[in-house]
Design a protein around this ligand. Structure first.
Ligand code: SF4
Ligand code: SF4
Length: 72
């Protein structure tokens, strides 16, 4: 029933929670509110909203995030 169905699950965004140090930067810089904090770790709460802008990756101090624009 969802519209724009064919745009779902195309992001290459990956979060490695083991590497996350809980700085919260990704929750602040993501323009689409893809992340929320839970137990001092970032959590992807809206995967399909990611448009692979790379802002979270560029700001993450621990390398916990990655994205490959153009692949998806
Ligand atoms: S790549 Fe951009 S849109 Fe996707 S989660 Fe990171 S900051 Fe948000
Ligand atoms: S920017 Fe990186 S280290 Fe900081 S909360 Fe997000 S995933 Fe964790």
């Amino acid at each position: 029933m969802k519209e724009f169905r064919h745009y779902e699950d195309v992001s290459t965004l990956v979060l490695d929670k083991e590497l996350c140090v809980g700085c919260t930067l990704c929750t602040q810089v993501c323009p689409h509110h893809v992340f929320e904090m839970a137990d001092r770790k970032a959590e992807i709460v809206d995967f399909n909203a990611c448009m692979e802008c790379g802002a979270c990756v560029n700001n993450c101090p621990s390398g916990a995030l990655s994205v490959n624009p153009g692949v998806g």
